[in-house]
Design a protein around this ligand. Structure first.
Ligand SMILES: Nc1nc2c(ncn2[C@@H]2O[C@H](COP(=O)(O)OP(=O)(O)OP(=O)(O)O)[C@@H](O)[C@H]2O)c(=O)[nH]1
Ligand SMILES: [Mg+2]
Length: 360
């Protein structure tokens, strides 16, 4: 799972990135935005993985991972349409949109602090960038259709109709995610890497003085931008807490009245936003957690582990984590008939412990 962190200059993207990844990337109040993205990987903590460790005693426990990419998308308007910043976001599954809500003069805020204005501006930036891509694609299709009888003519005409529909809607200001594309059209459009198709989690970067209003601000964000999930986080504080060890950080949290860590919160909300679930594999002395979309067919889930397992998929042996934990051992689960054999059509559920059988 890969998540892009975007937002206007100086909104606190890198600060939030550091809080999420326990990173130490440079944050700055003035200098121009860097072009190189910050990339960090976070292990997703999951008590079920610990539970499986206690039960199955594997040599290794491997948590699922989330990759965060911190880029300056809107810092350079020329770049919005398809330049370097955008190219770093093409593999992302979702976007965290950081909006400045913290006050103070130390960091300049042109036009004053207004997170709602900034969220709208970044959204517009995504839509305009996608519009440019759609227009370029239409030009190319037009060129191809001009030539002598093209064997792929029918496919191109069909594509042209789809891209034209998307283009018109973008021009009217509608993000791809709000265009109500059919599943088939959405899949066809995936290749264009239109960023406004990505689900968005707004992170309101609040100051410490705004902590008591965090829930209220999140509510207001969801009211104003009903399509976006929202979390209000004090980026600077969270970044400092991320540098402490867990016990110290917990103590500070209690003292400050900040319950859940920003990291856990953002990961949880991203999972919900994307409809992600976890399943567990147990082969080769290793228990490993994997993230997939809910209701991913078993062969596709197997392909996460290895493409051979998808290609040569035979069946899946599945036991729900809850059942396995209740039985205390795999043998007992088998005895009680809780270990199921599932075929190609099986849709993976959260907490499934799966052994894939395959042959290539
Ligand atoms: N007071 C306060 N300052 C913050 C907060 N978050 C970030 N800052 C400050 O804002 C400035 C910019 O933060 P960055 O995290 O570098 O912002 P950015 O969005 O990555 O900036 P660019 O990459 O340059 O666009 C830094 O001086 C931070 O210390 C916050 O929650 N409160
Ligand atoms: Mg930055």
């Amino acid at each position: 799972m890969e998540i892009g962190i975007i937002g206007l200059p100086k909104s606190g993207k890198t600060t939030i990135f550091n809080a999420l990844t326990r990173g130490k990337a440079e944050t700055r109040a003035f200098s121009a935005a860097g072009v190189e993205p910050n990339v960090g990987v976070v292990k997703v903590s999951d008590e079920r993985l610990e539970g499986l460790g206690a039960l199955l005693k594997p040599k290794r426990l491997v948590p699922a991972e989330v990759k965060y990419v911190d880029v300056a998308l809107a810092a350079d308007r020329k770049d919005g349409s398809g330049g370097a910043a955008r190219s770093h976001l093409t593999r992302t599954d979702a976007l965290v949109l950081v909006a400045r809500a913290f006050g103070g003069e130390a960091v300049p805020a042109p036009g004053g602090v207004d997170p709602w204005r900034d969220i709208a501006a970044v959204n517009t930036e995504l839509v305009l960038g996608d519009l440019a891509i759609a227009e370029r694609r239409l030009e190319r299709i037009g060129e191809s259709l001009k030539g002598p009888r093209n064997p792929e003519r029918d496919a191109l005409v069909k594509e042209q109709a789809l891209v034209e529909r998307i283009r018109a809607a973008l021009e009217g200001g509608a993000a791809v995610r709000d265009q109500g594309l059919s599943a088939e059209d959405a899949r066809a459009a995936e290749g264009y890497q239109l960023l406004s198709s990505r689900p968005v989690l707004v992170v309101l970067n609040i100051g410490e003085d705004q902590l008591p209003r965090a829930a209220e601000l999140e509510g207001e964000s969801r009211r104003r931008f009903p399509g976006f999930q929202a979390a209000a986080i004090c980026g600077k504080l969270e970044m400092e807490l991320a540098q402490l060890d867990d016990a110290e950080a917990a103590e500070f949290r209690t003292a400050m009245g900040v319950s859940e860590g920003a990291l856990q919160r953002v990961i949880r909300l991203s999972y919900e936003l994307l409809g992600m679930v976890s399943f567990f594999s147990t082969a080769h002395g290793e228990v490993r957690a994997w993230s997939v979309r809910r209701d991913t067919p078993a062969p596709r889930a197997a392909g996460k582990i290895h493409s051979d397992m998808e290609r040569g998929f035979i069946r899946a042996e599945v036991v729900a984590y809850r059942d396995l934990a209740g039985c205390g051992s795999m043998a007992e689960a088998k005895k009680r008939g809780l270990l199921r054999l599932e075929g190609k059509a099986y849709l993976v559920q959260d907490g499934d412990v799966i052994t894939f059988l395959f042959s290539v």
